[in-house]
Design a protein around this ligand. Structure first.
Ligand code: 4AZ
Length: 249
């Protein structure tokens, strides 16, 4: 996160650290991407966060990556569901969304606490110019390798037409994504924040409106962050989570 501040305990209780290590290696798990807890057994993340041949864990209730905190819950992943039309080009990622079904018993995976909570799905588009929040452990203006402490920042939803102008992203944008940030630069998501939340307030409730997806570097003028448009995938999310939770968990 560029232009961010340290998150206080419990302020972003749906934030996930998605951690990976090479299969069968004895290396420790390393933070790879963000994610978002939407149900006790379901995490949303970016499609491009799903590498192959990786051993994966999901860490909830964490602020500091290098310390074991009493608020943490560490869960294994039972199933990875990558969007059927996920596609990456040199410029953009399309349909950049995946679901992780967590391992649990009797339909309970994450336990709700003050530090671990689900976030609601949105039920409609929100207005351009609205202020929303992004968070993550990704690169900052001072550290390309990311931060140990979770950071967050406020960004503005940017009109799709505006963001599709030639001097911004032109024709690479589609309806599976939207832009948010500050066209003057400075405040943005960055590498390592991918898959993590962009939440906004809708009817006095925080909703997960975007997932950190891509951008032309970070924090640059006229190159805002691009986010997976969660409202575009509501039916997909519902079909996948309902189909699976009726049989398993
Ligand atoms: C990345 O490389 C990345 N400024 C994520 C977000 C943004 C740029 C790059 C948005 O994962």
């Amino acid at each position: 996160i560029y232009g961010g501040l340290k998150v206080v305990p419990g302020a972003v209780p749906w934030q996930v650290s998605l951690q990976m290590r090479l299969m069968n290696s004895n290396q420790p798990f390393r933070h790879t991407c963000g994610g978002v807890l939407i149900e006790s057994c379901w995490v949303l993340t970016a499609g491009h966060c799903i590498g192959q041949m990786k051993d994966m864990q999901v860490v909830l209730g964490s602020l500091s990556l290098d310390t074991e905190e009493p608020t943490e819950q560490i869960l294994k992943v039972e199933e990875v569901i990558l969007h059927e039309n996920y596609r990456e080009t040199s410029q953009a990622a399309y349909n950049d969304i995946a679901l992780l079904r967590l391992k649990g018993t009797d339909g309970v995976c994450a336990n709700e606490t003050q530090f671990v909570k689900t976030v609601c799905l949105p039920d409609a588009q929100l207005p351009d110019g609205m202020e929303c929040k992004i968070s993550g452990w990704g690169a900052t203006e001072n550290s390309q390798y990311g931060t140990n402490h979770l950071l967050d920042a406020n960004v503005l939803l940017i009109d799709q037409e505006k963001c599709s102008e030639k001097g911004i992203y032109g024709s690479v944008l589609d309806n599976s994504m939207f832009c948010a940030g500050h066209l003057l630069g400075g405040v943005d998501s960055c590498q390592g924040d991918s898959g993590g939340p962009l939440t906004c307030e809708q009817n006095n409730t925080n909703v997960i409106y975007g997932l950190v997806s891509w951008g032309d570097l970070c924090g640059r003028k006229n190159k805002p962050g691009v986010y997976t448009r969660v409202t575009h995938f509501l039916d997909w999310i519902k079909s996948k989570t309902q189909a699976a939770s009726s049989s398993a968990n």
